[in-house]
Design a protein around this ligand. Structure first.
Ligand code: HEC
Length: 192
């Protein structure tokens, strides 16, 4: 249902967007054929930048002068192939920790892995509609209905954004290169 037709009819979609009727069209777009306009994507880039999304969703690697973002894997989440050792022992003073990649986090909530935010349909959010994205950010629940999103994902800060800004973030993410990377599942804390 997606990209090819949308790409070839982009002229019509631009007209729809101008009339403010673009949400259905952009929800129907996918990995490579985003239909959002340039200004919306630029606004999304700004918000993703100040929201620090890449600080957790882009893996870091060790560079010559310290940790640096691995831009080739931009926003693709915790690397699937990276097998981490057991997390450090935590206490009530130091009660959470992060991996060297800045994509895995352990704390009282268990272990969370930053999600793949690229438009890959299998492993990223390429299968999400714009509505799915808005519902997730507004409710703090996966797709608005499933399990609660755990720390340190700052969904509460995003929940208060105007709808147009959340749509811009979605548009920006959908306009990024798709990276295939299946992030491990959340592991809840062991309860005694
Ligand atoms: C401090 C680290 C951090 C920052 C900053 C961050 N995230 Fe996350 N994000 C996470 C983690 C960890 C998860 C996985 C949470 C879980 O599995 O419960 C996640 C999950 C998500 C999910 C998937 C939710 C789901 O239901 O599967 C989306 C979408 C998302 N983040 C978008 C964003 C966006 C957009 C930004 C920037 C505005 C952002 N995140 C900033 C750490 C972060």
């Amino acid at each position: 249902m997606k990209t090819r037709a949308i790409t070839t009819s982009s002229f019509c979609i631009v007209s729809l967007l101008t009339l403010g009727l673009g949400s259905a069209a952009s929800a129907a777009s996918g990995a490579s054929g985003t239909s959002a306009d340039k200004a919306t994507i630029q606004r999304g880039a700004l918000l993703v930048g100040i929201g620090g999304c890449a600080d957790c969703h882009t893996p870091f690697r060790m560079g010559a002068s310290g940790p640096e973002k691995d831009v080739a894997r931009g926003l693709s989440g915790h690397p699937a192939k990276l097998h981490l050792s057991s997390p450090p022992k935590l206490d009530s003073d130091w009660n959470w920790a992060g991996s060297a990649t800045m994509t895995a986090f352990v704390g009282p909530w268990g272990i969370t892995y930053a999600a793949n935010l690229t438009p890959d349909r299998e492993t990223g959010i390429g299968g999400w509609t714009e509505r799915d994205f808005l519902n997730t950010m507004r409710t703090g629940k996966h797709l608005g209905i499933a399990r609660p999103i755990m720390p340190p994902m700052p969904w509460q800060a995003l929940a208060g954004l105007p709808t147009a800004d959340l749509k811009a973030i979605y548009a920006y993410l959908m306009a990024q290169p798709a990276v295939s990377n299946r992030v491990p599942d959340y592991r809840p804390a062991d309860r005694d």
